[in-house]
Design a protein around this ligand. Structure first.
Ligand SMILES: Nc1ncnc2c1ncn2[C@@H]1O[C@H](COP(=O)(O)OP(=O)(O)O)[C@@H](O)[C@H]1O
Ligand SMILES: [Mg+2]
Length: 421
């Protein structure tokens, strides 16, 4: 497959002045045909560090890290100067300004005509030079010999979707900030949630429902627990908006994963059968109104296949905050996906208000204490109750600076139990 190429390819990449380091690192890595793991390995850094840099979660690096990355990317001369300066959060020095003002950085790649390398070349060409150039790169690929039909249709779809504006750049999605406020009395719930996350980290699956009324502290619990974890679970967080029923919230949650996958992997075998559905459900476009007419089972199978695929690299946890806003069809999808992706390092965490679930929601039973589901079920319910009297008094003291008399704490507790705050 593919042909031997006598001359090494040169990828010319224009570095926009002021382009963030995340963008620069990603384009240089791709131009060198390296995955994040490859780069991490060569630079002797963690994959997590590379991923955080590329997602903009870490904005600058230490000099030593910048040096390791520049070495791993084979950067020399002014390209290297620009790279290091950007990594350190400085404007490039005068010697490198030539590059920063629009000249090309040349990344000499180790191009050997392998399908994965052709794919990277086509994606880079698409980004840098546009649709026509990408199509002619595909033609070059084919001129070297027959190309697998699945690869071709994957690449054609990628180019078409890009031309239609349906594969926008994906931005990093940091978790909500944990904040420094005191956090009280959620030891049991935190332990339950940590236990659930430990199981996902070990490659098992499941769904955790974090339930309680508005303002009781569900989101705060999730943020707090997730912020303190040190394992390498990939976490994607999405808060469903009011009125965001059906697949709308799921689209915001999952589209970045699908876009990333479509652009970085060549036709993964397990996903080919699901690609058309994922395109139509997740990527806004002319046929996205079809989304509602898909069979729910078909959608769940496609979503589960994608999540399982992503989780093969690193355990994956999707957090859906205010999940009740998705309505009954979203609840059904949550449960179906959980069952299909069980035992694959995929965890779903949904924070929701049971009293706001639709009447026919499949999750209603799981929230209902009396229904008492079997412990072996894939769903773990973590109930968030009102704070107890001591914790309420502590909280009042923390907020007001005075220790409240017991009666006051009691009144506050009684009132807040009614309203949920
Ligand atoms: N355990 C806690 N200790 C201290 N403050 C809390 C705690 N739980 C929640 N809060 C505060 O109560 C408010 C509501 O909590 P939030 O997590 O948004 O509720 P929910 O997500 O259940 O609607 C927030 O200001 C939050 O910081
Ligand atoms: Mg909340």
């Amino acid at each position: 497959m593919g042909r031997a190429v006598d001359c090494p390819w040169e990828i010319f990449m224009t570095v926009r002045p002021g382009a963030p380091f995340a963008e620069l690192l990603r384009s240089l890595r791709k131009a060198a045909f390296l995955t994040q793991e490859d780069l991490a390995h060569t630079a002797r850094l963690s994959s997590r560090a590379i991923s955080d840099l590329e997602r903009g979660l870490t904005r600058t690096t230490h000099r030593e890290t910048a040096r390791k990355l520049a070495d791993a990317l084979n950067l020399t001369g002014s390209s290297r100067e620009v790279f290091v300066a950007t990594a350190l959060g400085r404007s490039p020095a005068s010697g490198a300004a030539r590059v920063a003002s629009g000249d090309a950085i040349v990344a000499r790649s180790r191009f050997g005509g392998e399908p994965r390398e052709w794919f990277s070349l086509i994606v880079t060409t698409l980004d840098e030079l546009g649709v026509d150039a990408a199509r002619s790169a595909v033609a070059d690929w084919q001129s070297g010999g027959p190309v697998d039909a699945a690869w071709l249709s994957w690449v054609d779809a990628l180019i078409r979707l890009t031309a239609e504006g349906r594969l926008p750049p994906v931005a990093g999605r940091p978790l909500p900030a944990a904040g420094g406020d005191p956090f009280l009395d959620r030891e049991q719930q935190a332990a339950d949630l940590n236990g659930f996350l430990d199981r996902i980290g070990q490659g098992r699956g499941g769904c955790a429902l974090v339930t309680g009324p508005a303002g009781i502290g569900k989101s705060r619990l999730l943020v707090r627990v997730l912020a303190r974890r040190t394992d390498s679970i990939q976490v994607e967080w999405m808060t469903f908006d009011r009125g965001e029923a059906g697949y709308q919230g799921w689209r915001r949650l999952l589209a970045p994963l699908w876009i990333m996958l479509r652009r970085t992997e060549l036709a993964p075998a397990g996903l080919l059968a699901h690609a058309a559905i994922l395109d139509s459900i997740l990527l806004a476009g002319p046929d996205s109104e079809l989304a509602g007419r898909r069979f729910p089972g078909e959608v769940a199978a496609a979503v589960a296949a994608m999540l399982v695929h992503v989780a093969r690299r690193q355990p994956l946890v999707l957090v859906i905050d205010d999940a009740h806003r998705g309505g009954a069809s979203s609840d059904r999808l949550l449960l179906d996906v959980t069952r299909l992706a069980d035992a694959c390092g995929v965890g779903l965490v949904a924070a929701l208000r049971p009293e706001e679930l639709d009447e026919d929601s499949v999750l209603a039973d799981y929230c209902d204490q009396a229904a008492g589901r079997a412990a072996a079920d894939v769903v773990t319910t973590i109930r968030v109750p009102p704070l107890d009297l001591a914790a309420t008094a502590d909280l009042l003291r923390e907020r007001t600076g005075v220790r409240p008399p017991p009666q006051v704490a009691e009144v506050v507790l009684r009132r807040t139990q009614i309203s949920g705050r």
